[in-house]
Ligand binder design. Structure first.
Ligand SMILES: CC(C)(COP(=O)(O)OP(=O)(O)OC[C@H]1O[C@@H](n2cnc3c(N)ncnc32)[C@H](O)[C@@H]1OP(=O)(O)O)[C@@H](O)C(=O)NCCC(=O)NCCS
Length: 157
């Protein structure tokens, strides 16, 4: 289970990064519920792009991951607005893929609201769309939005 200061750091990014209109952000209790599961883990990055930062006040982004057998799921990824477009999101993805490979995973999946501009980032990092879930997200604006499932195969050397 993650320590309190890690949960606090993730929640600070969560609250800053997700537009509440879309209903994608997790609550603290959802996060705690996920992190008690044995195969759920996180990657953190600080403002300077360090992946194992020591100072939890300077966390700029996180990725949350869950492994089921040999498949990894990227549950959430977020970077604070003021730290975006500097490659931090990409570094989180690549670290997520590396650690999934180390755990013996053959594929990594993620689900994304179909109008999220993050699709360009996922494409750039080798993810391709493999499925659609209709009306998966319900936003505060009353609209329901589809989720697109993306997948990247993990090659083992
Ligand atoms: C998606 C996210 C993590 C990307 O973080 P980042 O640190 O900016 O990522 P990088 O700097 O590595 O890559 C940025 C690329 O992502 C794409 N991108 C992601 N979000 C974008 C946005 N809102 N507007 C424009 N481009 C965006 C662009 O292709 C951009 O490439 P560019 O810099 O060459 O233009 C960040 O935008 C975020 O936290 N978004 C809100 C939360 C979210 O929607 N998460 C994904 C669903 S779980």
């Amino acid at each position: 289970m993650a320590e309190q200061h890690v949960i606090d750091a993730i929640m600070r990014v969560m609250e800053a990064a997700f537009d509440p209109v879309y209903g994608e952000a997790w609550t603290r209790s959802q996060l705690l519920g996920a992190l008690v599961l044995p195969d759920t883990r996180y990657v953190l990055i600080d403002e300077d792009g360090n992946l194992v930062p020591g100072n939890f006040d300077r966390i700029a982004g996180f990725a949350l991951l869950r492994r089921v057998l040999d498949e990894e799921e990227l549950l959430l990824i977020a970077v604070r607005p003021e730290s975006r477009a500097r490659g931090l999101g990409g570094r989180l993805i690549e670290r997520a893929v590396e650690t999934a490979a180390d755990l013996g995973c053959s594929k990594i999946f993620l689900e994304m609201r179909d109008d999220n501009p993050a699709r360009h980032l996922y494409h750039a990092h080798g993810f391709r769309p493999v499925g659609i879930r209709r009306d998966y997200y319900s936003g505060r604006d009353g609209k329901r939005r589809n989720a697109i499932t993306f997948m990247r195969a993990i090659n083992h050397l």
